[in-house]
Design a protein around this ligand. Sequence first.
Ligand SMILES: [Zn+2]
Length: 166
Amino acid sequence: MARQPGSLFSLVSNKMIVLQAVMDVETYLELFKDGCPDSLRPMACSHCHEQLMLHRHGHYERTVYFLENQFLIVVYRFKCPNCNRVDGLLPSFVGKNQQAAWDIQETVLREQAAGASLANAAENLDDIPGGPYTEKTFWRWVSRWNKELPRWTPAVWAFVLERTSV
Ligand SMILES: [Zn+2]
């Protein structure tokens, strides 16, 4: 396929805070129903790397799509008292600026691994939740995972896929 613009790569390397505790969506909804528990508050800034407790700074809602269902989750935001930058605290089952959980993205990777072009995958998977997605979106997912996957151990994969396959 044609080479994509390099600017898309910035989506991959964007700073974000990801909740250290890996949990499924039901656990997340339960734990965060009254706000972010103190025990899970971020203790370091992803921008300036200062080790300190970040201040609460509102929240937003996001619909997250899984293969079998969808959930409206609340993402809590935190502000660094050192550099004043704000970050959302993302649960581990979805990426920054994304609504499709990992199990949906995994389906696309499997299609591609089975030999489908991304254009074909976009056609074949036009009825998956949150879609239809464009070929470009699929390309972003695949690029991201090609970069991320080597950093993931098989044990983490098994755990995450088991939890996100609702
Ligand atoms: Zn900071």
